[in-house]
Design a protein around this ligand. Structure first.
Ligand code: NAD
Length: 362
């Protein structure tokens, strides 16, 4: 298969971790008989330095012409970098918001996995972490409270602020379909999270999700109130497979789920539109404090590449091979500094990439 991938190395550790993800993808191509065609574009600070803007139209067009986009991370040190003295619409993050909008990415996927070898990093009690967990948070990204009408007014000398939470049934249906499709590739369980006891938008959410569920008889659907979900994530995270939720709830729950894994350098993510197209990137930032030192953990980016193989290219065996390589390397005791523990062998970013690439097997 010919895979056309636009890469955004970005800023900070971005170029280092994307280089290692490409190394692993090339190993997949070699073992499984595919051809990877990469085109790099500039975004964020790297684009500001060259073009004066965080994203050019040409870069967007290149991204749109690919089958998927693989990104490192963008942004610099927000207190010292000159990029943050620019107007907000010219700063690095504006490039990311613009590309998400241009590519119509409405579904955000964030896996939270606790690897057996890294249970020591999990902040939960041992009897909970011992059970492990492997969940996927599917968050609606373009609607809800963050995008509804907002205003701040003053009435009789009292300041008043209004945010509006709006969802229409089409927005809910398209994210629900994505959630159930992903569940079909996993353990076939969807937990739809809402606040249907108080919010009208949540009641519509619940009824549309139930309509979509009828098309997926193999998938078990359960509903959970968001406050209960926040508790269950720390009490019994093993119960979750796919968590399907709206924008603000997903924003908060996905960060909570990330924290319970305890290892930021391991967390992948994807943002999808209504085709197979997606933008894949680690959940962490550009880590300017460690850039250029060859100590960044490339695993989150490598696992994002695995998500790209699975969700944009339907190459499940290849994605499994990448995820198995990660487990294998951890089992053998290799660690980057962020996940280092006693008795393990510390390696740098490049060596971790080499080890992962060597362990890609059919
Ligand atoms: P960060 O995630 O970059 O770093 C937080 C801490 O985690 C740092 O100590 C860093 O060294 C460490 N870390 C992060 N990734 C690591 C990895 N792969 N291996 C080892 N250690 C790692 O968050 P921050 O410092 O708040 O943000 C830095 C910059 O990144 C900012 O400009 C911010 O706006 C940007 N950012 C970008 C994205 C994105 O591109 N999607 C997301 C978050 C933050």
């Amino acid at each position: 298969m010919d895979l056309r991938i636009t890469c955004i190395p970005g800023d900070g550790i971005g170029p280092e971790i994307v280089a290692e993800a490409k190394k692993v993808l090339d190993a997949v191509a070699g073992r499984f008989g595919h051809a990877m065609h990469y085109t790099d574009i500039l975004m964020g600070g790297a684009s500001i330095d060259v073009h004066g803007v965080p994203l050019t139209k040409e870069a967007v067009d290149t991204a749109k012409s690919a089958d998927a986009v693989l990104m490192g991370s963008i942004g610099g040190d927000t207190t010292t970098s000159p990029w943050y003295r620019l107007e907000p619409n010219l700063r690095p993050e504006a490039g990311l918001l613009a590309i998400r909008k241009e590519l119509n990415l409405f579904a955000n996927l964030r896996p939270a996995v606790l690897y057996d070898e890294l249970t020591g990093a999990c902040p939960l009690k041992e009897e909970i972490s011992a059970k492990g967990f492997d969940m996927m948070i599917m968050r609606e990204l373009t609607g809800g409270l963050y995008f509804g009408e907002k205003k701040t007014i003053e009435e009789d000398g009292v300041r008043k602020a209004v945010d509006t939470l709006v969802y229409d049934e089409n927005e809910i249906r398209r994210i629900a379909v994505k959630g159930f499709d992903i569940a079909m590739k996993r353990r076939k369980k969807v937990t739809s999270v809402d606040k249907a006891n108080v919010l009208a938008s949540s009641r519509l959410w619940r009824s549309v999700v139930e309509e979509v569920a009828e098309q997926y008889p193999e998938v078990k659907l359960e509903h959970m109130l968001v406050d209960n979900c926040a508790m269950q994530l720390v009490k019994d995270p093993a119960q979750f497979d796919v968590i399907l939720t709206e924008n603000m709830f997903g924003d908060i729950l996905s960060d909570e789920a990330s924290m319970v894994t305890g290892s930021i350098g391991m967390l992948a993510s994807a943002s999808l539109n209504d085709t197979k197209f997606g933008l894949y990137e680690p959940s962490h930032g550009s880590a300017p404090d460690i850039a250029g030192k060859d100590i960044a953990n490339p695993i989150a980016t490598v696992l994002s590449a695995a998500m790209m193989l699975r969700y944009s290219f339907d190459l499940d065996r290849e994605a499994d091979a990448v995820e198995n390589a990660v487990k294998e390397v951890l089992r053998e005791g290799y660690r980057t500094v962020d996940i280092m523990s006693e008795g393990c062998t510390q390696v740098g970013c490049r060596q971790m990439g080499d080890l992962l690439a060597e362990r890609i097997t059919l």
